[in-house]
Design a protein around this ligand. Structure first.
Ligand code: SF4
Ligand code: SF4
Length: 482
């Protein structure tokens, strides 16, 4: 039946009112679209958030280079020794089987990041992400050599002269040097740092070490020198999904549209009359766009390209100061801040969920650390024969004990066999192992044939640290008799 032929039933309850999600056009005005094909030369900006960002980036870079030079008990404090399959971390030695601990730490860090994102949006990207930190170093070098953003744009367009060639060569040379240092810094987490720098800069490093250092140096050079914001825009997965952690109370870099619009230039003397002329607080100076490392205009609303670096906040605050307007036309603000709505985090499911996940992961990490044994034991039965009968009416089974000293000290261990039945161990019960050493320790377990039932009985091998008896490890295995 055609729809027009349907006669509504007068007795039927009225149809519920339709609710539509209000649609807002957030496409940028045509004159503010960013030209993605050209290189972004953003202005250097000073201000509170830039000071904080510089401080945090400097701390990150300093730690990156300095950590491999810290020693504990004569050993590099953080070293991932691929050859020996050991990871040294401030006195703790982790073996491949302990890597669940690292997995917990990464999961806890991820939840920690999500938790912080609920409060302050993508602050990680602007203040602590290595990509941003290294990009800012490279831009700093570029600015020192080629000048301000305007001069850099002019230089891009200028024909190749000896001055341009000189500036470009100096820049790329310094970029290359910074990249080589970064390559060394990265590899120094895998190879003792002191020797590495010396060997690389004297040309005495092995082929593979040199290749890896240059590989990471080239990656750094391309990432921080050439790709820059393209990494954030096209390669970083976090940029794409971070918005799902936002809620109405997440403080992220936001333009106060109500206060700012309608935007328009004006003379400073006219600032007191701007309300009468229907102008908002935005003087359309375009500084917020010029300082943006990803080349966006934050006045167009929340965009995934924004790394929350706060450069536009500082730039706008500077302008607001000049016009004697209230600060924070652009600021770290939430949707509720803009609406003037008060809000409690205790009612936010995201806050509670991510917070609980972080706490749970921290508990799991401490339990894992506490239950971590410094001895590794693996019992392997002799596969040649189930048992052997001796001429004096005894039965014996042979085993191979793989014992590893997971500490960085020489250790003495006592090996014992535990059972309710009268078993005895035919082996030297005390064994000495060097730091990190693993031995295959053959042992024989003996019992009177008449004292044990026939078939399979369970026995337990126990290895105890003689100096620290709390450190012990055991494993069950079967004992066979005819
Ligand atoms: S919009 Fe502002 S906070 Fe976002 S990346 Fe650009 S300058 Fe940084
Ligand atoms: S810096 Fe502030 S005043 Fe200038 S254009 Fe941006 S929002 Fe408007």
């Amino acid at each position: 039946m055609p729809k027009s032929d349907i006669i509504p039933n007068a007795d039927a309850p009225p149809a519920p009112a339709k609710h539509y999600i209000p649609i807002r056009d957030i496409s940028p005005p045509p004159n503010t679209a960013v030209n993605r094909s050209s290189r972004i030369h953003f202005r250097e900006q000073k201000g509170d958030f830039q000071r904080l960002r510089t401080m945090m980036n400097s701390l990150l870079i300093m730690l990156f280079f300095a950590l491999p030079f810290i020693s504990i008990d004569g050993r590099q404090a953080i070293l991932l020794d691929v050859d020996k399959q050991q990871f040294f971390f401030f006195g703790i030695t982790l073996w491949p089987q302990d890597f669940t601990l690292l997995a917990w730490i990464f999961i806890a860090a991820a939840f920690g990041l999500f938790f912080i994102t609920v409060f302050w949006g993508r602050v990680w990207c602007g203040y602590l992400c290595p990509q941003t930190a290294w990009t800012f170093i490279y831009v700093w070098i570029e600015t020192r050599i080629e000048g301000s953003s305007n001069k850099r744009k002019q230089l891009d367009k200028a024909p190749l002269t000896s001055i341009k060639l000189g500036k470009r060569s100096a820049k790329h040379l310094l970029w290359g040097f910074a990249a080589l240092l970064t390559g060394c810094g990265f590899i120094s987490y895998f190879i003792p740092a002191r020797e590495l720098y010396l060997e690389i800069f004297t040309g005495n490093a092995s082929f593979w070490v040199t290749s890896w250092v240059w590989f990471f140096a080239i990656c750094t050079y391309l990432n921080a020198g050439w790709m820059r914001e393209q990494m954030c825009l096209h390669c970083c997965p976090y940029a794409r999904f971070q918005a799902v952690m936002f809620d109405a109370n997440t403080k992220t870099v936001t333009y106060d549209t109500q206060r700012g619009e309608s935007r328009g230039p004006r003379k400073r003397k006219q600032e007191s009359h701007h309300r009468e002329s229907n102008l908002g607080d935005c003087v359309d100076c375009n500084l917020c766009v010029e300082v943006c490392p990803t080349g966006i205009d934050i006045r167009n609303g929340l965009q995934y390209e924004c790394i929350n670096c706060g450069a536009c906040v500082d730039a706008c605050n500077e302008t607001m100061l000049k016009f004697d307007y209230k600060q924070n036309l652009i600021g770290y603000m939430s949707e509720n801040d803009l609406k003037g709505v008060s809000y409690s985090y205790w009612r936010s499911p995201r806050f509670l969920g991510y917070g609980a996940a972080v706490v749970i992961m921290l508990i799991v990490i401490s339990l894992d650390l506490n239950s971590r044994s410094e001895i590794q034991l693996n019992v392997i039965r002799d596969r040649q024969s189930l048992y052997r009968e001796t001429t004096d009416n005894k039965v014996e089974n042979t085993y191979q004990l793989k014992i590893r000293n997971k500490t960085q000290q020489i250790k003495q261990y006592r090996v014992a066999v535990l059972s309710e039945m009268p078993f005895s161990l035919i082996a030297e019960p005390i064994i000495t192992l060097a730091a990190g050493e693993q031995v295959d320790y053959p042992v024989t377990v003996l019992a009177d044939k008449d004292a044990i039932p026939s078939g399979r009985k369970m026995i337990q091998f126990l290895v105890t640290d003689i100096q620290e008896p709390k450190q012990q490890v055991s494993q069950e295995t079967g004992f066979f008799s005819p």
